[in-house]
Design a protein around this ligand. Structure first.
Ligand SMILES: [Mn+2]
Length: 288
């Protein structure tokens, strides 16, 4: 049995196509798209249509990520009201307006959690981040006690995503595999990332899962062009520029900015534009 785990596409069509080609060559039994198909990138609608088509044609399985939720939050006009929050979330509002109501209905219907049966009938559990919370990611350094709560009743294989770099971690009887990101990795490697899981049986022993993290090069100039020509940078607000630099460098940009400035912007102490300009000047990201 072979499972392909892809996630965190974030509106990057060129990366999605390259990963799909790689997955297709590998010929898995099951392909899972573990959330964050849209938002935080330039070209969400074609990515959504692409995975929908694969779901219909090839039986791909989908879960909902926190970025599907962010976009759905901007279905309601009232959510545009608070000016400080809206300044920060303008890029999600922009993405929402690239999507049709039918597409948004499809996102709202996605499940948070999937379970599959391994060849020995043991459980494979899949969710975007952790049980009951699609923003609470599992890290290598997360204490064991916390991870136990994040995964719930321990299955032999727990598949997660959300954090944009890949991870393999064994915690007691549970193998935890994180896919990394197709569209915007943050581990310094600009290539797309996904995970392959293969069921191995050796010497008549019990079967076990074998994980492999795959990195896939793709046409980066195409994605760069999408950022510049489709309106994302022009109309997505200042945060869109942070997201662009994070994609371009594959280094953390948005989270460090949030830690430093978000509270002050939300409190109205500094404008989001100034906060982004100051941060990019201080870190040199515009020139990296
Ligand atoms: Mn996510």
């Amino acid at each position: 049995m072979k499972i392909a785990l892809i996630s965190d596409i974030h509106g990057n069509v060129a990366a999605l196509e390259a990963v799909t080609d790689h997955v297709t060559t590998w010929q898995p039994d099951i392909t899972i798209v573990n959330g964050d198909v849209v938002n935080r990138g330039p070209n969400s609608a074609p990515c959504w249509e692409f995975v929908q088509q694969r779901q219909r044609k090839d039986g791909w399985l989908l879960t909902r990520g926190n970025h599907e939720d962010f976009v759905l939050a901007y279905r309601e006009p009232a959510s545009e009201n608070d000016p400080h929050t809206f300044g920060i979330h303008r890029h999600a509002w922009w993405t929402r307006h690239q999507l049709t109501n039918a597409q948004l209905d499809g996102m709202a219907a996605l499940p948070d959690l999937l379970t599959l049966a391994a060849p020995d009938d043991s459980e494979v559990r899949i969710t975007h981040a952790s049980m009951g919370n699609n923003r609470n990611g599992i890290l290598l350094e997360t204490p064991a006690e916390t991870v136990r709560a994040q995964i719930g009743k321990p299955p032999p294989l727990f598949l997660t995503s959300h954090i944009h770099w890949p991870m393999v971690r064994q915690l007691e009887q549970t193998l935890i595999v994180r896919s990394g990101s197709v569209g915007s990795p943050r581990d310094g490697d600009v290539r797309a990332s996904y995970a392959q899981l293969s069921w191995h049986i050796s010497n008549g022993a019990n079967g076990r899962w074998h994980p492999e993290i795959i990195r896939v090069p793709y046409d980066r100039s195409r994605t760069d062009q999408d950022y510049h020509t489709l309106g994302y940078l022009a109309d997505g607000g200042p945060i869109a520029e942070l997201i662009y630099h994070e994609w371009r460098t594959a280094l953390p940009v948005l989270a460090p900015w949030q830690r430093q400035y978000q509270a002050a912007v939300m409190a109205g102490e500094v404008g989001v534009e100034t906060a982004v300009s100051d941060y990019l000047a201080a870190t040199g990201f515009r020139d990296k």
